[in-house]
Write a protein that binds this ligand. Structure first.
Ligand code: IPT
Length: 979
């Protein structure tokens, strides 16, 4: 057995040739359900018999999520010795057994097939005691013909699954290792007049649809009908099949996913197969990737199959909800990283509308640790396995309109087997281009693809000033520059971030060779687990005691494990919005940036708000704009004449325009906002604060009392503390920025900071300077008339760097004014995470709402500002921070005007407006927690008023914060009024 598990062959010869996953009316019997189950920690155990004791396990499932063994997470590392093709001896093995009886509908079947849609990673099947065969290829379908082994009455099926096999070397994707029969098991009755395989192509050109069948493995006569198009033909024999041309068909696109129902039928003794045709033609012309003649820009995400409870077990309702959220977030493309998803995902993609890059189940990334020595991608012993994988990928899903490109896999180095896969695809499907990022020189693929290149390199690829291209000599670089380019991965969405989405998008706008890209990645892969005390939490690498793991690098999605969309997703939606506005003083330019959709499904709405209160609203009269068109329309009269109004001091008049759905879709309701922009129409400066009519009364100054040190003690009668200067923020994954260990061969273009790949991560530099542990020395405190001046020197142990802080309190009739001046001293050589002050307010505020006029609704940072708008917002204090899977900085809302929470009001004064954060934990408490459950019970609500924060960047895997978004030490002065 051990030697069989080390075979580089993909499976037994008894497996059937791969074919399309068809929707047929031929009878099927689902074998999903409760199976008998026995687990062993090693592979070499006798097959259990009836006399042995069996437990049970649902199929489909991963046994590690049902108490047998444990999940483990690695990104690049192999969790076993790199000793190909040998699997480790500790090889968890699950025996699955069930009985079934064939239903009467199977009577008369010419053949009965047994299909496994996904088993990780190596399985062997017996039916009624006879060996049926074995297979590998975890996320690929396997079929066996079991007709001769079936008996009348009760049949017994036994499936032995090993977690590890030679095939595991090909399945080193960045995800949990989750063994088991995790997709459906089905018996298929095949009729005499069967339709075994179909490859249908529905091309489109200028309104003409052409339906052709590169493969029709079916009995004849065969009837083909597309009722809506009046197509109804019957072919008597295979050689009669000719392309069907139809005039006046609507094209399919990710935006208008028009599908036509079609059937293929072999009559009463046969079967009927239902197809959904989407008419579209994929082509590459020069350096453009086109669908139906138009350039495609991918605003995509990398989608793994992951669910906190089910793992990779498919749930259609959840997938649909998830994909609807993508649509609502202006995601128009999916890369199925890094394997074919459940086949129904492609049906949903056809129906909802996504451009899909369908990727093969292949990754050998761990060979990077041994300089790619022995990499299966270039070893002839593995050629059959590679070709088997790509054939099963393409054959299963070839009929989907949504799939516009095939991808050979991910991070598998390069080599002859990959080139052979590409050749195979070219022979099989001469329409869709072949993608594989690791083909840096473009030797065998059709598009140029990269992950996480810098902005400079991206610009260079687009056509800007030339810089060397990764892995290319001059001729190879020239070849790559002649192809359409895409980012198969970019803007790494780990934790708080990613920043700089807009900068990449600006390049895509500028250079037509650039075709957009796919955010890494859509969802966090957290698995629901319980702490020792029974508290639920989302686990990541290391939480199951793995010896080798990659920590929280598996929590890098735009959506949190519990389905909560992150502010990063809102930012992405805003940056890539298909409608763009340019607001001028008198008019608005509206640009339709869709691939092919007009604005027919949209309405353009506007509001005029004074300090966040609605003054006027309406709809802009915009004639239907076809894709690529733009129009300028005048601003509404109410807005044009807004400056005539009498504005009160501190008034701000904001014009907001939105593009909204004017009719419901399957993924959003009427009114869903597709795009939004804002213009400050008019504003009036605030009046100087009125001089106070009161002065000190003991330790009381207005609504506050102060300690002898000059610290605030009460505010509106409530115990508080502060202000305390803070430079620290709980570091984000991007601040920490280090690749998980195991990536020793990091490509310098991917790692490190801008311009200095060897620079230690920002968080390390901050810590070296002691920013997380500042001390505060009172220099002086002076009461002067109606105020107080407190001077504090702030610095860390063993450091000559610091900040001199002056807090100047002045009592006014509008409240207590606090001006803070912060002046750095000592030759700072690192950026600051933030500069602001902290006030400690009572924890009871956690149950209150906060209302503010400023930016919102969500947090935003210097390089992630597009989703933020100016308005008046109300939210529960508890909801003002995001529960990132690894606790980190969250909740900063810059440019505050006024905040009210409980009995407290804070108004910003002057040109430099502070931002605010309300959080149950200090930056230091958050920093110390590895999971949300490790955060202490809140003893305060902390109000941070920050003059500035450092940007976010994407350095967990990509660019550090750009210079213009870095926070360099400098003098800051900001003023607030406490009321
Ligand atoms: C890249 C991988 O392709 C992807 O699967 C994921 O691991 C991502 O990084 C990071 O989360 S590989 C990386 C070393 C560039």
């Amino acid at each position: 057995m051990t030697s069989a598990l080390a075979s580089t062959s993909p499976g037994s010869t008894s497996r059937l040739a791969p074919r399309a996953w068809l929707h047929s009316d031929a009878p099927t019997l689902s074998l999903n359900g409760e199976w008998d189950f026995r687990w062993s920690p090693v592979a070499d155990v006798p097959i259990p018999g009836a006399e042995d004791e069996w437990g049970t396990l649902p199929v489909p499932s991963h046994w590690v999520l049902h108490g047998h063994g444990a999940p483990s997470y690695t990104n690049i590392q192999y969790p076993f010795p790199i000793d190909p093709p040998h699997p480790p001896e500790e090889n968890p093995t699950g025996d699955h057994r069930r009985t079934f009886e064939l239903p009467p509908s199977f009577d008369g079947a010419a053949r009965v097939l047994l299909r496994f849609d996904g088993v990780e990673s190596h399985f062997r099947v017996w039916l009624n005691g006879s060996l049926v065969g074995w297979s590998t290829g975890s996320r690929l379908a396997t079929e066996f013909d079991v007709t001769p082994l079936l008996v009348p009455g009760t049949n017994e099926l036994l499936v032995r699954v090993h977690q590890w096999s030679a095939a595991s070397y090909l399945e080193d994707q960045d995800q949990w290792w989750l063994p088991g029969i995790f997709r459906d098991v089905t018996l298929l009755a095949r009729p005499t007049a069967a339709i075994d395989d179909v490859f249908v192509r529905a091309g489109w050109s200028s309104g003409t649809g052409t339906i052709s069948f590169p493969t029709l493995d079916a009995a004849f006569p065969l009837r083909f009908a597309v009722p809506e198009l009046g197509v109804d033909v019957t072919w008597a024999a295979a050689d009669e099949v000719v392309p069907v041309t139809v005039e006046g068909v609507d094209p399919w696109s990710a935006e208008l996913p028009r599908l036509y129902d079609a059937t293929l039928s072999t009559g009463s003794t046969g079967e009927t197969v239902a197809l959904r045709l989407g008419f579209r033609t994929v082509s590459i012309v020069g350096d453009r990737f086109l669908v139906n003649g138009e350039r495609v820009v991918f605003h995509g995400v990398n989608r793994h199959e992951t669910h906190p409870v089910r793992g990779r077990v498919f749930d259609e309702a959840h997938a649909r909800t998830d994909m609807a959220l993508m649509k609502r977030s202006n995601v128009n493309a999916i890369r199925t990283s890094h394997y074919p998803p459940h086949p129904r995902v492609l049906d949903l993609a056809d129906e909802l509308g996504f451009w899909v890059i369908l990727e093969c189940d292949l990754e050998t990334h761990g060979f990077g640790a041994v300089d790619w020595v022995g990499n299966p991608s270039d070893d002839p012993a593995w050629r059959e396995a590679y070709l088997d994988r790509i054939a099963r990928t393409v054959e299963r899903d070839k009929n989907h309109a949504s799939i516009v490109m095939w991808s050979l896999g991910n991070e598998s180095g390069t080599g002859r087997n990959l080139a052979a896969m590409a050749q195979w695809v070219h022979d099989r499907d001469d329409e869709r281009p072949v993608h594989y990022e690791g083909d840096y020189t473009g030797a065998y693929t059709d598009v140029y693809s990269r992950m996480y290149p810098t902005l400079q390199e991206t610009e260079s690829i687009g056509g800007g000033p030339e810089t060397p291209l990764l892995g290319c000599g001059p001729a190879e670089a020239a070849r790559q520059r002649s192809k359409p380019f895409l980012h198969c991965e970019y803007v790494h969405a780990m934790g708080n971030g990613p920043g700089q989405i807009a900068e990449y998008e600006a390049l895509v706008d500028k250079y037509p060779r650039l075709h957009g890209g796919f955010v890494w990645e859509w969802r966090d892969h957290g698995l629901l687990a319980q702490t020792a005390t029974g508290e639920d939490y989302y686990a990541y690498g290391g939480d199951f005691g793995e010896v080798v793991h990659d920590g929280n690098f598996v929590m890098d999605g735009l959506v949190l494990p519990d389905d909560t969309p992150t502010p990063g997703l809102a930012e992405f939606a805003a940056v890539v919005a298909p409608i763009r506005f340019a607001l001028g003083d008198r008019s608005v330019l509206i640009e339709n940036r869709y691939h092919s959709a007009s604005t027919a499904g949209l309405r353009f709405c506007w509001t005029l708000e004074r300090l966040g209160a609605l003054e006027a609203s309406g709809t802009l009269a915009v004639a239907e704009l076809i894709a690529g068109d733009a129009v300028t329309v005048p601003l509404p009269d109410e807005v044009l004449h807004a400056t005539d109004r009498t504005l009160a001091p501190a008034d701000e008049l904001w014009f907001t325009v939105t593009a909204e759905l004017s009719s419901p879709t399957s993924w959003a309701d009427v009114g869903h906002v597709v795009a939004r922009d804002q213009l400050l129409v008019a504003s009036r400066p605030a009046e100087p604060l009125r001089a106070a009519r009161q002065t000190w009364d003991g330790d009381r100054l207005g609504a506050a009392t102060f300690s002898a040190r000059g610290d605030l003690v009460t505010w509106n009668g409530v115990d508080v503390a502060g202000p305390r200067l803070e430079l620290w923020r709980a570091t984000t994954d991007n601040d920490r920025g280090d690749f998980p260990h195991g990536y020793e061969t990091a490509d310098p273009a991917l790692t490190g900071g801008v311009g200095d790949p060897d620079a230690p991560p920002t968080a390390t530099r901050w810590r070296h300077r002691g920013l997380d542990r500042l001390t505060h020395r009172l220099v002086s405190v002076n009461r002067i008339g109606d105020g107080l001046v407190q001077r504090v020197r702030v610095a860390a142990a063993n450091s000559g760097l610091g900040v001199d802080v002056t807090h100047r309190w002045t009592l006014t009739d509008d409240g207590l004014q606090l001006q803070t001046d912060a002046i750095p001293f000592g030759g700072w050589d690192v950026t600051w995470p933030r500069i602001g002050v902290r006030f400690d307010l009572p924890a009871s505020l956690l149950d209150d709402d906060a209302t503010w006029f400023g930016t919102g609704p969500a947090e935003s940072y210097a390089d992630s500002t597009r989703a933020a708008r100016v308005g008046r917002f109300t939210a529960p204090v508890r909801d003002l921070t995001v529960e990132y899977s690894m606790p980190q900085e969250t909740g900063h809302r810059p440019d505050l005007r006024e905040l009210t929470v409980g009995p407290f009001t804070v108004t910003t004064v002057g040109r430099h407006r502070a931002g605010f954060t309300l959080t149950p934990w200090t930056a230091q408490q958050v920093e110390a927690a590895m999971h949300p459950y490790e955060l202490p019970t809140p003893d305060h609500v902390y109000l941070y008023l920050d003059a500035a924060q450092h940007g976010l960047g994407s350095r967990a895997c990509g660019l550090d914060v750009l210079p213009e978004h870095q926070l360099w030490p400098q003098a800051f002065s900001w003023t607030v009024v406490l009321g």
